[in-house]
Design a protein around this ligand. Structure first.
Ligand SMILES: Nc1ncnc2c1ncn2[C@@H]1O[C@H](COP(=O)(O)OP(=O)(O)OP(=O)(O)O)[C@@H](O)[C@H]1O
Ligand SMILES: [Mg+2]
Length: 458
């Protein structure tokens, strides 16, 4: 089914808002601006506040050279719906076109802070070239300070360019996601509620039972199954400050200074307590890894342990969240009581979760004959990242066909099914390794959940 068919469907259901948005965008892509405008106007007649329709009209205005009118619309859209990231991104483009690089940078940062998937390296580079090289960064004290970047000394691109600047020392995550944005995984969410959210929310109650809010929780499981995603969503579910640190970054960037930096990171988080301090790729804290460039030295490990113990400082209200797909690399000392003593297994999504994940990845795409449950059936053993790959492949197929035909072709259920056949599930390998560890090195039941998942234990 293609454009004509979608138009026919629209004729049959003239007030179908999602369809109007898709057809409007298709008109826009073919530079049929008047038709596109008519579609968006019809959306607004049904739903006056519809953000995508307002955004579409702003794009059309910009395309036809009426950028100041586009800006007026966008300003009021951003006032009403400040969390609608694409509007900020379009403002950034327009500001750049108008030669206001500083504003373009500020709008760009706002957009990407709200939705990291909007990171656009090309746009960012253009902004930097035009002189928009100041990022106003929020520090943990809430004060803002300016940082100037040196174009020649620019080791990151895109998303990383923006994130890395704040990352290794002070990387306070904006709560841009919630559990609803993570498909399925109800058990993991419940675990996180019990082990992280309730203790932080009810600190006084926990104290009455002699329990402190805080301590360490480790998420582990196969790659691409949502550990990092889950941690970000946790940030959105709590009122506490959330700091995220990629350990490899600490290591790579500050060889020799790592211990000091780590201490500063902990201090920053303690000051902000109640706070969650998230260490992704915790397996970097492994002494016995062959890949030493990517792993911490003994000194850093000892530093981390003493920070965890709160040896020189008070860790009240500080929750340490770790994530790893190679828990067997982790130094056993980390798993002792008072350290990472609560362990959460993040398994691959089951069929229900895969259907939910499919719906999340389908959002905003022109789709026909899309049956999430059917796709879930075809993707046994797939991780969330594998699911995303299926959508990417199917989208490429649709694009290829669109280019051949010279018109827009929606992604079909058939294309998704074909992509599901081509993408190979990536979690099997992980379970091969995990099984050995679970069977032969299952100290204090660490891997029990893995064994249950494999049906080797009840
Ligand atoms: N439950 C889910 N719902 C929606 N998307 C998901 C889900 N799980 C994974 N994904 C998709 O897969 C991508 C990879 O997930 P994520 O980075 O969280 O995996 P991970 O467990 O941290 O993997 P790694 O061990 O490799 O770091 C996500 O960015 C997201 O697009
Ligand atoms: Mg991860």
């Amino acid at each position: 089914m293609e454009f004509e068919a979608l138009k026919a469907a629209l004729a049959a259901t003239p007030h179908n808002v999602p369809l109007l948005v898709i057809v409007g965008k298709m008109h826009e892509d073919r530079f049929e601006l008047a038709e596109a405008r008519a579609c968006f106007d019809r959306v607004l007649a049904v739903e006056p506040g519809h953000a995508d329709a307002h955004l579409g009209i702003a794009r059309l205005l910009d395309l036809s050279g009426e950028s100041s009118e586009a800006t007026v619309r966008l300003e009021s859209l951003c006032d009403r719906q400040p969390n609608f990231a694409p509007a900020w991104l379009l403002r950034s483009r327009i500001a750049l076109d108008e030669g206001d690089a500083a504003a373009a940078r500020a709008f760009y940062d706002t957009a990407v802070d709200l939705d990291r998937s909007l990171a656009d390296d090309e746009l960012l580079q253009s902004i930097l070239k035009a002189g928009g090289n100041k990022r106003i960064a929020m520090t943990s004290t809430g004060a803002s300070h300016e940082e100037t970047e040196d174009d020649d000394d620019f080791p990151f691109d895109g998303l990383d360019a923006v994130a890395a600047r704040d990352l290794s020392i002070e990387f306070r995550v904006k709560a841009d996601m919630k559990f609803d944005d993570v498909g399925g995984m109800e058990k993991v969410k419940d675990d996180i509620r019990m082990k992280i959210i309730h203790p932080l929310k009810n600190a006084a109650l926990f104290a009455a039972y002699g329990k402190k809010a805080g301590g360490g929780v480790l998420l582990y499981g196969p790659p691409g199954c949502g550990k990092t995603l889950m941690a970000r969503a946790t940030a959105g579910e709590i009122d506490a400050a959330f700091f995220s640190v990629g350990l490899h970054q600490v290591l790579d960037m500050y060889i020799g200074e790592s211990e000091q930096k780590l201490h500063k990171i902990f201090e920053l988080a303690r000051k902000a307590a109640p706070a969650v301090l998230f260490f992704d790729e915790t397996d970097a804290l492994a002494a016995d890894r062959r890949d030493m460039r990517q792993s911490a030295g003994r000194n850093l490990i000892n530093q981390f342990l003493s920070e965890l113990d709160g040896a020189q400082a008070n860790n009240d209200g500080l929750l340490i969240l770790g994530a790893t797909n190679a828990p067997w690399h982790l130094d056993g000392a980390f798993l002792r009581p008072g350290r990472f003593d609560r362990i959460i297994f993040v398994p691959p999504p089951d069929a229900g979760a895969r259907a939910e994940i499919a719906k999340i990845h389908a959002k905003g795409k022109p789709l026909v004959d899309f049956d999430p449950a059917d796709l879930a059936k075809r993707t046994e053993g797939f991780s969330g990242a594998d699911m995303r790959a299926v959508f990417e492949q199917a989208t490429e197929a649709a694009l290829g066909e669109a280019m051949r035909k010279g018109s827009l072709v929606p992604v079909s259920g058939k294309m998704l099914a074909k992509a599901a056949k081509d993408v190979k599930p990536s979690t099997r390998m992980w379970f091969e390794s995990a099984k050995n560890h679970a069977l032969y090195a299952n100290q204090s039941g660490f891997y029990d959940d893995v064994l249950v998942h494999l049906g080797l234990k009840k």
